[in-house]
Design a protein around this ligand. Structure first.
Ligand SMILES: [Fe+2]
Length: 408
C-alpha cells in the first residue's frame, strides 16, 4: 500500500534524500518475494452485491493460502476463506495465483481483507460490495493498458486519486464503485512476465487508505491464452461473457469479441437483454473490438450484436481497441437516429494513441473523436446517465448525458 505520510527530516541533505525515497515509495509496488502476498485485486464477475473474488500472487508455491475477512465496521473476528491456488500458465515465468471466492456478503458493505500465504500477511485492505438497492453511483470504464507502462502507472495513480476523492464527501452519485476494463491489458496474453508487471502496476489503483477497486474484466485480442482466466479467477475454459446487476437498476453486460459473436453468445445476449430491459433502468454493454470504430474496420459483432442492442434499446455501449477517444452520435439502422444507441471508447489506460478518422459519419456532432490516454466516468442518476471522459492529468475532454428510456 502506498504511504502518503511525509517523514520528519533532520537536514537539507536528508530532506532531499527522503524526498527522493518518498517519490520512489509512492510509485512502488509490493515485491514478489517467496510467499509474500502481492498483486492484490478484487474482481466482479457475478452478483457483486453478495460475491467477490479476492486474488493475489506469490513468487513461490507455498503450502497454505487463505484470506481473512470481516465487516469493516463492527467487532467481528476475522473469518477465513481458503484460496484456490495454482501456477499461472505462461512460459518460464514462475508465479502462483490465489483466488478467495467470497459469497453471502452483505450489499453495500465494506469488508476488511488480509491475504495470508504461509506465515506471510499482506497489509489489511478493504473493498465494498455493490449496492442492491436503487441508488446513485458511478463506475469507471477504460481499456487498452498494454504498451506504455509509464502512462499506465500514471493513469492508475490518477484512478486511485479519483476513487479516493469520490468517497471523500457525502455525495453518493460520484462514488466510484468499480473499473470496467475493456481488454488488451498487455501486449501478449501468453506472457506471464507481462501479466505480472500489469498486476503489480494495478496495485497503484488502491487508495491511500487501502480501498481496492473491483475490476469488471473483458477479454481483448491481445489477451489470448490461458493466463487471462487465471488472472481474473474465471473457470479454466470460461468464455468471458457475463452479466452483473450493480444496484437494482443498472445491468452491466460484458461480451467477448474474441470468440464467436454469433451462435451461443448472441443467443445468450438476446435472452439477457430481453429478460432485463423491463426490470432495469440502465442497460450497458462492454466488449473489446469496436463495431463503430474511429480508426479500424468494424468488428463482426456489427451483424450479430448491434440489431440486439437496437431492439432492446441498450443505453450505452463501451468499446476499446482503437487507442483513441470517441463518442458516436445515437445510431439506429446504420444511420443517425435520436432514439438510437451511443458507443463510447476506444481505449487509453496506457497505450500510444492513434489519430481518429474524424470524417466518419458516426463521430460527427453531437458525437466526437480525439486522442489521448483517458478513462470514462459513468454516473447513474435517477433519470439521467452522465458520462465524462477524463484525460490523463485530470482534464475533462468530453461530457454527455443519456436519458432513461423506460421510465423506471
Ligand atoms: Fe485490441
Amino acid at each position: 500500500m502506498r504511504s502518503l505520510q511525509t517523514p520528519r527530516i533532520p537536514s537539507a541533505t536528508f530532506a532531499l534524500g527522503m524526498l527522493l525515497l518518498w517519490a520512489c515509495a509512492a510509485k512502488a509496488d509490493a515485491r514478489l518475494d517467496g510467499t509474500k502476498p502481492a498483486q492484490w485485486r478484487v474482481t466482479w464477475t457475478e452478483e457483486p452485491s453478495t460475491k467477490a473474488t479476492v486474488s493475489w500472487s506469490t513468487a513461490a508455491q507455498g503450502d497454505s493460502h487463505t484470506l481473512r475477512f470481516r465487516e469493516k465496521e463492527g467487532d467481528d473476528e476475522f473469518s477465513v476463506q481458503l484460496a484456490e491456488s495454482g501456477r499461472y500458465t505462461g512460459g518460464d515465468f514462475e508465479l502462483y495465483y490465489h483466488h478467495a471466492r467470497l459469497t453471502d456478503l452483505k450489499p453495500a458493505t465494506a469488508y476488511e481483507i488480509q491475504m495470508v500465504s504461509d506465515t506471510n500477511e499482506s497489509p489489511i485492505f478493504y473493498f465494498v460490495t455493490a449496492p442492491a438497492t436503487d441508488r446513485e453511483f458511478s463506475i469507471l470504464h477504460g481499456g487498452d493498458s498494454r504498451s506504455d507502462q509509464d502512462a499506465r502507472r500514471r493513469v492508475n495513480i490518477m484512478i486511485s486519486e479519483m476513487v479516493a476523492q469520490s468517497h471523500d464527501n457525502e455525495i453518493l452519485s460520484d462514488d466510484i464503485l468499480a473499473l470496467a476494463h475493456g481488454g488488451d491489458y498487455i501486449v501478449s496474453g501468453n506472457r506471464m512476465d507481462l501479466w505480472s508487471t500489469w498486476l503489480s502496476d494495478h496495485e497503484l489503483t488502491a487508495t491511500p487508505d487501502g480501498r481496492l477497486l473491483p475490476i469488471i474484466p473483458a477479454r481483448g485480442n491481445h489477451d489470448k491464452g490461458k493466463p487471462f482466466n487465471e488472472v481474473f479467477g474465471f473457470p479454466e475454459d470460461d468464455l468471458n461473457y457475463y452479466s452483473l446487476s450493480i444496484g437494482s437498476q443498472v445491468k452491466f453486460i460484458t461480451l467477448n469479441s474474441e470468440t464467436s459473436t454469433a451462435g451461443d453468445q448472441a443467443k445468450w445476449l438476446a435472452n439477457e437483454l430481453s429478460q432485463t430491459r423491463k426490470s432495469h433502468r440502465w442497460l450497458l454493454v462492454q466488449y473489446h473490438r469496436p463495431v463503430y470504430p474511429a480508426v479500424k474496420t468494424p468488428h463482426t459483432a456489427l451483424k450479430s450484436w448491434v440489431p440486439l442492442f437496437e431492439r432492446f434499446n441498450v443505453d450505452l455501449v463501451c468499446e476499446a481497441d482503437g487507442h483513441v477517444i470517441k463518442r458516436t452520435l445515437p445510431i439506429r439502422d446504420g444511420k443517425p437516429d435520436e432514439t438510437g444507441v451511443v458507443y463510447i471508447g476506444e481505449g487509453g489506460l496506457g497505450v500510444p494513441q492513434r489519430s481518429p478518422k474524424t470524417d466518419r459519419w458516426f463521430v460527427q456532432s453531437p458525437g466526437m473523436a480525439d486522442k489521448g490516454n483517458h478513462v470514462f466516468v459513468l454516473t447513474f442518476r435517477k433519470n439521467v446517465l452522465e458520462g465524462k471522459c477524463v484525460l490523463e492529468g485530470g482534464k475533462l475532454r468530453d461530457e454527455f448525458t443519456r436519458n432513461a428510456r423506460n421510465g423506471l
